[in-house]
Ligand binder design. Structure first.
Ligand code: NAD
Length: 345
C-alpha cells in the first residue's frame, strides 16, 4: 500500500494520460476519475462517434478513432506518459458467445496500442483483461472455488473473448521482459454500475435484470425471464472499486507484467440477484427460466488473496448497495428514453 501510494504521488498532474475505449463504461468512468483527481491532460479515444459515448467528460480531449488501425494507435499514443487500453468489442454472455470473431479481433487494438505506447516512450501501459481468461474446466460447478491468478494455465479460456485476453496478456508480459515497458494487467470480474450498458444485447446480468424489473413494473406484466436455471453464480464489482483498483494496480511496481484479479469476492446466485432487484423495485415477479439462453460458466468468483497481499486492498462495495445505485440510474435512463431524451443504451 505504501509503495503504491508513493508511485501515485510521483506522477505529475500534467502528464498526458491516454484512455482507449473511453466512450464505453469503464473507460469513461476512468476519464472522470482522473479528472476528479486533478489530472489536466487526458486524451480519451473510442471508435464510436462522440454522441454515442456513455460519458463525455468536460476538459478531456475526446477523439473518435478506430484503435485497431495502426496509424490511429500511433496518433492516440503521441506524447503519452500513461496508456490505458480499455477498448474491446465486448458484452455480456449473449454477446461473447455469439460474436467470437468480433471478440478475437480486439487483439488488433492491443497489438497496435502497446507497440505505439512503447514507441512513444510511455512510462506505463495498462491492459484490461478478464476472468474469462481463466480455465473454463474449473468453472463447471456453481459452488465454485474462487479463481486465483495461477488458474489461467494450463489454458482453456472462454472461446474467442477469453483467448484474446490471454494472448494480449502475453504481449504485455513480453513487452516488459524484452523491451522494458512497464505493463499492468488486471483480470476484471463482472463490473457493474451507473453509466454502463443496460439494454441492446451487450448488457450484463445486473443491468439486464434491473431493466427487466423496471420494464415489468412499467408494463404491468409482472413476469421476469431469467437466462438458465438462475443457480449460476458470479461476483460483481462496483465501478468505483474498479477505477480505484486500476489506478492502484497500474502504479504498483510489485505488479509489473503480473496478471492480477480485480473483482469482488462476494458470490451471488443469479436468482438472488433477481430477488434483490425485486426488493429494490418493491415488486415480486413470476419467474420463467429460458434454458436455451446463453448462461456462461456455472460459477465464478475472484480469489483476492494476492491483491490483499500486494495492495492491502480489495473491492468492497456491498453488492446490494451498488445494485441499488445502478437500479436508480437505469430507472432514470428508462424514464428518459420514454420521454424521448437521449440515453446511454
Ligand atoms: P464497453 O463496451 O462499455 O467499452 C468498450 C469500448 O471500447 C466501447 O465504447 C467500444 O466502442 C470501444 N472500442 C471497441 N473497439 C474499439 C476500437 N477498435 N477502437 C476504439 N474503441 C473501440 O465495455 P467495458 O465494460 O467498459 O469494458 C472495458 C474493458 O474491460 C474491455 O477490455 C473489457 O473486455 C474489459 N472487461 C470488462 C468487464 C465488465 O464486466 N464490464 C469484465 C471483464 C473485462
Amino acid at each position: 500500500m505504501t509503495e503504491n501510494k508513493r508511485a501515485i504521488d510521483m506522477r505529475n498532474k500534467n502528464d498526458l494520460i491516454v484512455i482507449g475505449g473511453a466512450g464505453g463504461f469503464i473507460g469513461g468512468s476512468l476519464a472522470r476519475y482522473f479528472t476528479d483527481q486533478g489530472f489536466t491532460r487526458i486524451r480519451a479515444i473510442d471508435k464510436k462517434p462522440l454522441y454515442e459515448w456513455y460519458q463525455v467528460v468536460p476538459g478531456v480531449e475526446s477523439l473518435c478513432m478506430d484503435l485497431s488501425e495502426k496509424e490511429s494507435a500511433i496518433r492516440a499514443c503521441e506524447g503519452a506518459v500513461e496508456v490505458y487500453n480499455l477498448a474491446a468489442d465486448m458484452g455480456g454472455m449473449g454477446f461473447i458467445e455469439r460474436f467470437r470473431v468480433e471478440c478475437l479481433r480486439s487483439i488488433l487494438v492491443n497489438t497496435h496500442m502497446i507497440e505505439a505506447a512503447y514507441n512513444a516512450g510511455a512510462d506505463r501501459y495498462f491492459f484490461s483483461s478478464s476472468a474469462c481468461a481463466y480455465n473454463t474446466d474449473l468453472q463447471k460447478d456453481p459452488h465454485v472455488r474462487a479463481l486465483k491468478e495461477s488458474d489461467a494455465y494450463p489454458a482453456m479460456s472462454e472461446r474467442g473473448y477469453g483467448w484474446e485476453k490471454l494472448l494480449s496478456e502475453m504481449f504485455c508480459q513480453e513487452y516488459w521482459a524484452e523491451r522494458g515497458l512497464k505493463t499492468a494487467i488486471a483480470r476484471f470480474h463482472n463490473v457493474y454500475g451507473p453509466h454502463g450498458t443496460w439494454d441492446g444485447g451487450r448488457e450484463k446480468a445486473p443491468a439486464a435484470l434491473c431493466r427487466k424489473v423496471i420494464e415489468a413494473k412499467d408494463s404491468g406484466d409482472l413476469t421476469i425471464d431469467i437466462w438458465g436455471d438462475g443457480l449460476q453464480t458470479r461476483s460483481f464489482m462496483y465501478i468505483d472499486d474498479c477505477v480505484q483498483g486500476i489506478d492502484m494496480i497500474m502504479h504498483s511496481d510489485a505488479l509489473i507484467a503480473t496478471p492480477i484479479n480485480l473483482g469482488s469476492s462476494e458470490l451471488i446466485a443469479i436468482n438472488d440477484l433477481v430477488s434483490m432487484a425485486e426488493a429494490i423495485g418493491g415488486v415480486t415477479l413470476a419467474r420463467t427460466h429460458d434454458m436455451d439462453a446463453p448462461r456462461g460458466v456455472a460459477g465464478r468468483n475472484s480469489d483476492n488473496t494476492f491483491i490483499q497481499e500486494v495492495l492491502g486492498w480489495e473491492p468492497s462495495t456491498p453488492f446490494r448497495e451498488g445494485l441499488a445505485l445502478t437500479y436508480a440510474w437505469i430507472e432514470q435512463q428508462y424514464n428518459d428514453r420514454k420521454a424521448g431524451k437521449r440515453t446511454v443504451s
